[in-house]
Write a protein that binds this ligand. Structure first.
Ligand SMILES: Nc1ncnc2c1ncn2[C@@H]1O[C@H](COP(=O)(O)OP(=O)(O)OP(=O)(O)O)[C@@H](O)[C@H]1O
Ligand SMILES: Nc1nc2c(ncn2[C@@H]2O[C@H](COP(=O)(O)O)[C@@H](O)[C@H]2O)c(=O)[nH]1
Length: 206
């Protein structure tokens, strides 16, 4: 069996809808997937580690990375800068590993331009009140930050129809299964299967 290039996925959603939780659970269920670790200028939340959840940098460092052309995409979200480094994804994809980007709609637009075959998924919360409850229950942001994220939720959600797939994250396990199906379906696309099963297809068609 020949190795194929990995698939690139984007998961976007209003803050608190459950992107990080879904990706974390997906990594536990499916092998051969990595999540890209972004750079950000926002301060670490309690329990967040540098290099694991984000690469935490200051604004000068972030701007220097932009100047060097190190970012695949970057955007300003909630007054902070966030970006995906080219290195974070290219090596993995070339090694046949599927890569997930947890990024906002602005970043998703940039990636779509660069890699039109990216698979994009938008996560909707079941209601505004549930979204607010989740942000509060997470217990990692101040009331001021939560109010800002709730104010942004409407504009972020308004971009849902730019994405290939939409999942409502009401029951967590249902949403996780739906996300898993998208990953599995992408792996079964004909172009990838043709490479993976080249010998079999040659033999069957001989
Ligand atoms: N289906 C669900 N039902 C109830 N709670 C959930 C569900 N999915 C996620 N949560 C909880 O909601 C909170 C927010 O989830 P998470 O941190 O994954 O959101 P996020 O979209 O990654 O947010 P951000 O963009 O701010 O990083 C967490 O406390 C998580 O445990
Ligand atoms: N365009 C990008 N958006 C990103 C990136 N990394 C994270 N994000 C998005 O920012 C918000 C806020 O994240 P938080 O961790 O501060 O809650 C969220 O929508 C993320 O998806 C990135 O590299 N590029």
């Amino acid at each position: 069996m020949t190795m194929t290039r990995g698939n690139l996925f984007i998961l976007s959603a209003p803050s608190g809808a459950g992107k990080s939780s879904l990706i974390k659970a997906l990594l536990e269920k499916q092998a051969n997937i990595k999540v890209s670790v972004s750079h950000t200028t926002r301060a670490p939340r309690p329990g967040e580690n540098n290099g694991e959840h984000y690469h935490f940098v200051n604004v000068e460092e972030f701007k220097a990375l932009i100047e060097k052309g190190d970012f695949f995409e970057w955007a300003q979200v909630f007054e902070n800068y966030y970006g995906t480094s080219k290195q974070a994804i290219e090596d993995q994809l070339n090694n046949g590993i599927d890569v997930f980007l947890d990024i906002d709609w602005q970043g998703a637009r940039q990636v779509r331009e660069l890699m039109p075959d990216v698979k994009t998924v938008f996560i909707l919360p079941p209601s505004r009140s549930e979204l607010e409850k989740r942000l509060n229950n997470r217990g990692q942001d101040s009331q001021e930050v939560i109010a800002g994220r709730m104010a942004e939720a409407k504009s972020e959600s308004s971009h849902y129809n730019e994405f290939d797939y939409v999942i409502v994250n009401d029951d967590f396990n249902t949403a996780l299964t739906e996300l898993e199906h998208i990953v599995v379906a992408a792996r079964l696309q004909t172009t990838a299967q043709q490479i993976r099963h080249k010998d079999l297809i040659t033999q069957l068609l001989a």
